[in-house]
Ligand binder design. Structure first.
Ligand code: DMJ
Length: 600
């Protein structure tokens, strides 16, 4: 991309422009005219709807940098985790599956020339999203550079994830995707100096550091091929890999640095299932990029456990919200959800199948088995005045007689499920899953539209119909059950009324748009974006808000987590972009919206 184009040694088949002009004049005029029209049309369809933006260079969809570049040197971390002798070393490594990746069913809708043309209409929306991103990034740079987060009210930096510039690393690929190449390389130069040893903390959260930092570095490398990003990812990967040096090779929730160095780590007895069970995409990609099987081996052991215990839990097919990873007990806990604490465990099943090119069938088995149980016990259709055909997911509890009861509690966090079902449906040829996915995404859209701010609360309750086929609206029942006058019809409680700039709703809306090609999702996205912007904008960026049920001014919190730039704004940008930008048949997105290249 940055090759020197000023070279004067032309290839031997080079012909001067005059030669081609002479040739052209020999072609009859009408044919010449036709060629001209076709070429102009093709150029327009392909790139015409990218507005001439000062930040764009000549790099196609992903923009370009205004400067030519030398490789960015890495400043090594002061402790080499790769050299650490493990106390519980692995005797034989499970290698990545071998063979040519299978040709998997098409995931992304086949967008026609017409749909591509319509993208031009959406260019101004895309630029609106980009403007919001640029404002936040500008404030981060000015007030919180190298800090984990920008505090969007007080314009200060915060240390929330080890002090390793979480927002910067999490935003790298969004910068690239939005064509902000100068900002991207400036950030990469800063990232190249991060020392994982330099932290005020004594431990880090393995899950968060994997999905945000490791995921962010790997995807930025996949997109840019900037070597230093992979080198930093390896350094970090080796630190996180030390978390697997436990008696049973299962990682704890916290990576305590001192204990890790002395071989004293042990997995906890009560771990949220998402934590150990959604490290797989990042560790797999690291093995694929380095050729070192140790990272894949580490997560393959966890997958083996999911496989072994899938049908001996209290709710066969699913795994409990908390798992005893120390003693590997899966059949004691009685609560099951695909929301908070468990979410990405399920999300990663179809995604791992893709990441491994369909060569590891266990992920198909885990996906299909768990989705059957989820359909039966977790999904519900709410009683609504307009009888909208939408779905939500709740929490199931198994009592001591084995009876399963559903708590019809919707969560913003579980809004990712629409995208998961639709993706699984495409990959495994299950059309009903695509439709379930669409209904789940529409459920989140419905909830957004129902509240005065145009945003759904973090956690709320509804009244479930007896079946997924729906039920009549019963006003009396609703009036009896609702606990606040501020709640819209259909909602009976909002346990947590806040909105933290989370991405899950737009994530599913984006995936459903790309998978089905239905424009209604694009329209819903625009509505959501405008509501979020109106309710959360501050002088320096965007902030979480206390209460989505208010009608007037919202009360802001001094918080803007890194996923706002990494995920929420990325999905909003992509849904208004040409569908070739991060094509779902070429990339797998991790749970922090970091795209990894799928094997070919
Ligand atoms: C993100 O860090 C990820 O999307 C994760 O899977 C769930 N929580 C946040 C966003 O809400």
């Amino acid at each position: 991309m940055f090759a020197d184009s000023s070279s004067s040694s032309y290839p031997s088949n080079y012909r001067s422009p005059r030669f081609w002009l002479r040739r052209m004049t020999r072609i009859p005029r009408p044919v010449r005219l036709l060629i001209f029209v076709v070429v102009v049309l093709l150029l327009y369809l392909d790139r015409g709807f990218v507005s001439p933006d000062a930040d764009r260079g000549g790099g196609g969809w992903t923009g370009g940098s205004s400067r030519s570049r030398a490789a960015i040197p890495m400043v090594k971390s002061s402790f080499a985790w790769s050299k650490l002798q493990h106390r519980y070393p692995v005797e034989s490594f499970t290698p990545l599956p071998t063979g040519k990746p299978r040709r998997l069913p098409r995931v992304q809708h086949k967008f026609t020339g017409r749909a591509r043309f319509e993208v031009s209409r959406l260019e101004s929306r895309r630029q609106e999203v980009r403007k919001v991103f640029k404002k936040c990034w500008g404030s981060y740079k000015k007030y919180a550079w190298m800090k984990d987060e920008l505090a969007p009210l007080s314009a200060k930096g915060k240390t929330t994830f080890g002090g390793w510039a979480a927002t910067m690393i999490d935003s790298l690929d969004t910068l690239w995707i939005m064509g902000l190449k100068d900002e991207f390389y400036e950030a990469v130069e800063a990232v190249a100096t991060i020392d994982w040893e330099d932290t005020p903390e004594t431990a880090c959260n393995i899950f968060e550091t994997t999905i945000r930092h490791l995921g962010g570095l790997l995807s930025a490398y996949d997109l840019s091929q900037e070597r230093v990003l992979l080198d930093k990812a390896i350094e970090l990967g080796d630190m996180l890999y030390a978390g697997f040096d436990t008696p049973n090779r299962m990682p704890p929730f916290w990576l305590d640095f001192k204990k890790a160095k002395s071989g004293g780590l042990v997995a906890e007895e009560h771990q949220p299932s998402a934590s150990p069970c959604s490290l797989s995409l990042e560790f797999t990609r690291l093995s694929q990029l380095t050729g070192d099987p140790k990272y894949y081996d580490a997560i393959a052991r966890i997958t083996d456990l999911l496989d072994k215990h899938q049908y001996d839990t209290m709710l066969p097919g699913m795994w409990p919200t908390f798992i005893n990873m120390r003693d590997l007990i899966f059949n004691q806990e009685r609560t099951f959800t695909i929301g908070a604490l468990a979410d990405s465990l399920y999300e990663y099943l179809p995604k791992m199948y893709e990441m491994l090119g369909g060569l590891e069938p266990v992920y198909e088995k885990l996906y299909k088995g768990s989705m059957e149980t989820i359909k039966e016990h977790i999904l519900f259709r709410p009683m609504l005045p307009d009888k909208a055909d939408v779905l939500f997911s709740g929490t199931a509890r198994v009592n001591h007689d084995g009876q399963v009861s559903l708590n019809p509690e919707g969560q913003h966090l579980s809004c990712f499920a629409g995208g998961m079902f639709a993706l699984g449906g495409r990959l495994f040829g299950l059309e009903d899953h695509v439709e379930i996915g669409a209904k789940l995404a529409k459920g989140c859209i419905y909830a957004y539209n129902a509240f005065p701010t145009g945003i759904m609360p973090e956690i709320f309750n509804m009244i479930p119909c007896d079946t997924l086929n729906g039920c009549e609206w019963d006003e009396e029942r609703w009036v009896k059950e609702v606990n606040s006058k501020k709640l819209p019809k259909g909602f009976v409680r909002a346990r947590d009324k806040f909105y933290l700039l989370r991405p899950e709703a737009i994530e599913s809306v984006f995936l459903l748009y790309r998978i089905t090609g239905r424009k209604e999702f694009q329209e819903a996205a625009w509505q959501m974006f405008q509501s979020i912007q109106k309710a959360t904008e501050t002088e320096y960026g965007n902030a979480g808000i206390d209460d989505v049920t208010v009608t007037g001014e919202t009360k802001k919190r001094d918080s803007m987590e890194s996923f706002w730039l990494a995920e929420t704004l990325k999905y909003f940008y992509l849904i208004f972009s040409p569908p070739d930008l991060i094509n779902l048949d070429e990339y797998v997105l991790n749970t922090e919206a970091h795209p990894f290249k799928r094997p070919k």
